[in-house]
Design a protein around this ligand. Structure first.
Ligand code: ATP
Length: 242
């Protein structure tokens, strides 16, 4: 199945479900060495849940998150996503379907900001709203409110973020995703390079998203953040491929 109009393949409230997922890497420039990261992995996340991916360094947390976002193609299994009134399997979906799911349903915050150079910060945050038909003035208002909440000084809004500090870039990254109310959010250490105050603001944003019903899967190295946002934990240690 790629896209199914029958959402009953997902139980009520389940937004994303991975089944039998396996991921390995073949290092062609290292004599074809094969790294099996995980296999037979099943997980699901429902509305209003924040699932914390746990496990030691190298357990495969980021690889799993990238597989859930279809950045990595797993060797086996499926990643079912509730998208509008359909269910899409991101492992077999066409690229245009994946982009459509990412545009409206599935938000992803990576550790690093990757944006088109020379685009001013405010435009980067406004754009996801205007492409969805939000009135430009309202989109700008919402983007500005969020940037201010994330303590990006207004003097920086007209500048592209390439020269911003690591923490500022991370907060722009967060604003670009959180300006929309995505039904599903994937978060890869969104608070990693933030100071205490900004960490608390981002913690609040995550918790607000969950309370409005977002299904969230995240990696958080900070124990305080994990305790504040997590509703359930998923340990990858046991899912290591044999
Ligand atoms: N693109 C890639 N090419 C080759 N190997 C990779 C790639 N991405 C990840 N790996 C390998 O997969 C394994 C899992 O890495 P991953 O980054 O998913 O772990 P992690 O649990 O997120 O670790 P950390 O907590 O240190 O960030 C590691 O052994 C890593 O070397």
């Amino acid at each position: 199945m790629t896209t199914s109009p029958d959402t009953r393949v997902l139980e009520a409230g389940v937004m994303m479900k991975a089944e039998g997922l396996a991921k390995s890497f073949v290092l062609h420039n290292q004599g074809g060495v094969r790294l099996d990261v995980f296999s037979g992995l099943d997980l699901e996340v429902g509305r209003g849940e924040c699932l914390i991916l746990a496990g030691p360094s190298g357990a495969g947390k980021s690889s799993l998150l990238r597989s859930l976002y279809a950045n990595y193609k797993p060797q086996a299994g499926s990643v079912l996503v509730r998208h509008d009134n359909t269910v899409v399997d991101l492992c077999s979906a066409e690229p245009y379907e994946i982009l459509e799911v990412r545009r409206r349903t599935l938000g992803y915050v990576s550790q690093f900001l990757r944006v088109i150079p020379r685009v001013p910060t405010i435009d980067l945050v406004v754009e996801p709203l205007t492409v969805r038909g939000v009135d430009p003035a309202e989109a700008r208002e919402r983007a500005g409110t969020l940037l201010a909440r994330l303590r990006i000084p207004e003097a920086l809004w007209g500048l592209p973020p390439a020269t911003f500090s690591g923490g500022e870039q991370q907060r722009v990254n967060i604003a670009m995703t959180f300006v929309q109310d995505y039904p599903i959010l994937l978060l890869d250490e969104p608070t990693a390079s933030l100071d205490l105050e900004n960490r608390r603001t981002v913690t609040d944003l995550i918790d607000e998203a969950r309370r409005r019903g977002a299904a969230i899967v995240g990696i958080f190295h900070d124990a305080e953040v994990r305790a504040a946002v997590g509703t359930r934990s998923y340990d990858l240690t046991e899912r290591k491929a044999a």
